[in-house]
Design a protein around this ligand. Structure first.
Ligand code: FAD
Length: 443
């Protein structure tokens, strides 16, 4: 399309245009930002053009892939939104076991294209999450204990920099940028293509969930914690507590379900569950099973912590959620997902990602529809997070929400933050890309 300013392969949307409201609507219905313009980028040239237009007009840039940023970084109020979703293609080379993934692709597109060949790479647990935001922050998923985080599986990136240059970052080219893109978020440029390594994962998985009433859950969770220390890499231990239901403990197994079943007797150590659910699923089913519960159009608030240990007091705080009884109308759902395995095989200095050595990630999430509940929901989630805070070692950068600079300091240890700041000085000294967990330039 031609605008008064330039030619685009994609589309320029202004307030009032058909498609404008759809393009600015993201996962969290609390976000109601109105960009001055939206470039629906269909090519690398469009991304370069959009960056140039925004810089010339001094408009804040928001980059949208899956639209899952809970605080709505992707949609700049009064700024220029670069909607990457028209660039959603995935090309798999099954012989070299590589996937070239365009910068606006969703996780589901990668899983589907790779699974045709019995291949996969680490991706998150909800298929409508964007490859862009997830991978740039690290990228945790059911394959991470076998193959590392999503970012650990990226061979190279094609990037549009703040200066409008198109560069490739890999171990050989721009290795400093390659380091920063593996965990440093959207601070250093707009990724137009990720080149992922794929693995022969097969297409099968096993999901194991044992329910315990709250009174028995303390003992069961202590046993769960002890088992997790020795768990095979194919198993990712999980724990969750819904709004008023029982505590659910178990694991997800990616690989031959029979091998996963062979591990089940170990769970006898947990005690007697009230209910058990052991399900063989395809890998694609596993990767989409949370899509509806994590669907769009709800108001949302979430908090996260990383924990390097799970002492008994942390288990108690997890189960009680900051309430004396563990019950309460507005308490958020909470969950734990185990890290470790191949995530910790990668030397800490290898990438910007800040928290190798994490034992488990804790997350709290709450959803509602009535704006009148905003304050009470948010307060309850913050209160629950505060109860876990004494046990936390930091936070996943992709779980940083409304904490601003304090959240960024929790996401990276001081030495990494200093290195990231130097990289920001080199690649984006004017902080063009600041709508993210922002690494501020030093000047
Ligand atoms: P967007 O809002 O589109 O983008 C977020 C930010 O990423 C943008 O503001 C921008 O700074 C940057 N960005 C996105 N694309 C690009 C690009 N191409 N180039 C440069 N910068 C870009 N995380 C996990 O690790 N594992 C999970 O299993 C997981 N599950 C989740 C499930 C749900 C329902 C939600 C809401 C989040 C989940 N997350 C998970 C967290 C997720 O990684 C972050 O929310 C992430 O930012 C989402 O990326 P996105 O592309 O969908 O979001």
């Amino acid at each position: 399309m031609t605008t008064s300013m330039t030619r685009l392969d994609g589309q320029l949307l202004l307030p009032g245009d058909d498609g404008y409201d759809q393009a600015r609507t993201i996962w969290n219905a609390m976000v109601d930002h109105r960009p001055r313009m939206i470039v629906r980028a269909a090519s690398v040239a469009d991304v370069v053009t959009a960056v140039r237009i925004a810089r010339e007009a001094d408009l804040a840039i928001g980059v949208r892939c899956g639209g899952h940023s809970g605080v709505g970084h992707a949609v700049p109020d009064g700024g220029l939104m670069i909607d990457m979703t028209p660039m959603g293609g995935v090309r798999v080379d099954p012989v070299r076991r590589r996937a070239r993934v365009a910068g606006g692709a969703l996780l589901g597109a990668v899983d589907e294209a790779a699974q045709v060949h019995g291949l996969a790479t680490t991706a998150g647990n909800v298929s409508h999450t964007g490859v862009g935001g997830l991978t740039l922050g690290g990228g945790m998923g059911w394959l991470a204990r076998q193959y590392g985080l999503a970012c650990d599986n990226v061979e190279s990136y094609q990037v549009v920099t703040a200066g409008g240059e198109v560069v490739r970052a890999s171990r050989e080219e721009h290795p400093d940028l390659y380091w920063g893109l593996r965990g440093g978020g959207g601070n250093f440029g707009i990724v137009t293509e990720f080149e992922f390594r794929l693995h022969r994962t097969g297409t099968r998985a096993l999901s194991v969930e044992y329910d315990f009433p709250l009174e028995q859950a303390f003992a069961a969770m202590r046993a769960w914690r002890d088992l997790n220390e020795q768990a095979p890499r194919r198993a990712t231990f999980t724990a969750s507590l819904g709004r008023s239901g029982p505590a659910t403990l178990g694991f997800v197994w990616v690989g031959d379900p029979a091998e996963g079943r062979a591990y089940l007797p170990a769970l006898g150590a947990l005690g007697r569950p009230a209910q058990t659910r052991v399900r063989e699923v395809s890998y694609v089913q596993l990767q989409t099973r949370e899509d509806s519960v994590q669907g769009h159009a709800y108001r949302r608030y979430s908090k996260g912590h990383y924990l390097r240990a799970l002492p008994d007091a942390a288990i108690e705080a997890f189960l009680l959620r900051g309430s004396p009884t563990g019950h309460g109308e507005h308490l958020p759902g909470v969950g734990l997902q185990a890290y470790g395995g191949a995530i910790d095989d990668v030397p800490d200095s290898d990438a910007a990602f800040g928290h190798r050595g994490t034992l488990v990630e804790w997350g709290a999430g709450t959803r509602w529809t009535d704006p009148a509940e905003d304050d009470v929901r948010i307060a309850a989630a913050r209160h629950t997070a505060a109860a876990l805070a004494p046990f936390a070692s930091g936070v996943y950068v992709n779980a940083v929400g409304d904490e601003g600079a304090a959240g960024v300091r929790r996401a990276y240890p001081a030495d990494k933050l200093a290195k990231l700041t130097a990289l920001k000085d080199a690649y984006d000294p004017d902080n063009v890309f600041h709508l993210n967990a922002n690494i501020r330039p030093s000047r």
